[in-house]
Design a protein around this ligand. Sequence first.
Ligand code: FAD
Length: 458
Amino acid sequence: MYNVAIIGAGPAGIFAALEIVNLKPEWKVVLIDKGPRIEKRTCPLREGSPKCTNCKRCGLLCGWGGAGAFSDGKLTLTPDVGGHLVDYVSRKHAEDLIGYADELYLKYGATDEVFGTDIKVYEELAHQAMLAELKLVYSPVRHLGTERSLDVLKNMQDFLDERITILNNVSAQTLIVENEQVKGIKLDNGDIISAQYTIIAPGREGADWLTHEFAQHKIGMVNNAVDVGVRVELPAPVFEPITSKLYESKLIYHSPTFGDEVRTFCMNPNGEVVQENYSGIATVNGHSYANYKTPNTNFALLVSEKFTEPFKEPIQYGQHIARLANMVGGGILVQRFGDLLDGRRSTPERIKNSIITPTLSCATPGDLSLVIPYRQMISIIEMLQALDKIAPGTASRYTLLYGIEVKFYSARVKLTNELETEGVRNLFAIGDGAGVTRGLLQASASGVYVARNICARG
Ligand SMILES: Cc1cc2nc3c(=O)[nH]c(=O)nc-3n(C[C@H](O)[C@H](O)[C@H](O)COP(=O)(O)OP(=O)(O)OC[C@H]3O[C@@H](n4cnc5c(N)ncnc54)[C@H](O)[C@@H]3O)c2cc1C
């Protein structure tokens, strides 16, 4: 019998565990993850495999550290980016939680370098952006880099190893609920975990499972927007005037044709594009290293679609587009912006005759217009043209577009302000999988917040 069971050892689950240990060191806590310990995590693509091998449990996303483990470790120090914490707590409270989580990252070895704090520089860039009808969001960033990110997570694992029970390579299969109160979890190896409180933090990878499980227990979900788009890769000098000052710029645009919101996301100066695998579907992402630099910069352009009644399956919608890209390209597609505008596919020869070499070598040169719906495609083209005004060269014919990038934070759980589910007592949901957050620091902060709420109940 545990006091608290936590499903998912991503930043949300880890920070929940750290805060419980801090506040209630005598409590028995179990943290369950379907992936391995941090030192056992591998991804064939990172080991040099030319193609994603569709591992049953994606090595990039599952295991200690969750999706954040091999991530770039960009900690965005504002509640305006990376989640919806301000929907549950006041802005000041959200800032305090983010500040506290950031201090924990520092305590476990994060670098003390923060980009984008100079208000004057921000105002100058925001002014330029405004002239191109773009909104620049103020968002200072602490950048760990993938290698340091792994060290920080290892330090947290070492600390918690001695204080709680950690179960790896085992999945939570079903929630045990009696009289509208959670009693524990059944694991896929048949074991039963009994616990007074359960925190669910399965990340985007586990969002489908969470939706299914919550439907069984009649826990309400609300449709979130689904974000579909591409990853853009261009020569680093194109964005250097901005990235050298801010590291990452969060730019928002409303496409003239459809009025949809398009935003830059996860910018990686001198980084590389990577492939992810969501339950057998290949999608694209990006990261950068602290000590290894490529000549390219990449970032996502995401178009947000919020669906109205009667449509209720935004996750499936995103998956459907990603599957289509996989079908056409046998995996990830890459296309030069010029080829897209000219209405022709990119070929290996055309990619070779470019001024930029793709960092994701397994991507197939092809035609994204066969895959991305007209609405999102036009919005992406218009955004690239707007960005070209503040970073000339963005809309170059050589700019590479990888498809597709999709964010499955679609289903948002109906939660109280304490992040407890409406309908099942003592069951809490946090992080990206619950639709509460979209980034490392807010996911971590949601873990701290929920831990405090639970500990206050005793
Ligand atoms: C390549 C990449 C780069 C990124 N870069 C950044 C960045 O620079 N900055 C930023 O802010 N964000 C970044 N992100 C996003 C960030 O990683 C996520 O927002 C964050 O990890 C979400 O945390 P989480 O704890 O909610 O979920 P996750 O980190 O996804 O962790 C969920 C964990 O739950 C486990 N799990 C799922 N289902 C079950 C189950 N049924 N039973 C047991 N375990 C289960 C999974 O194995 C996983 O380990 C990046 C993501 C990726 C993929």
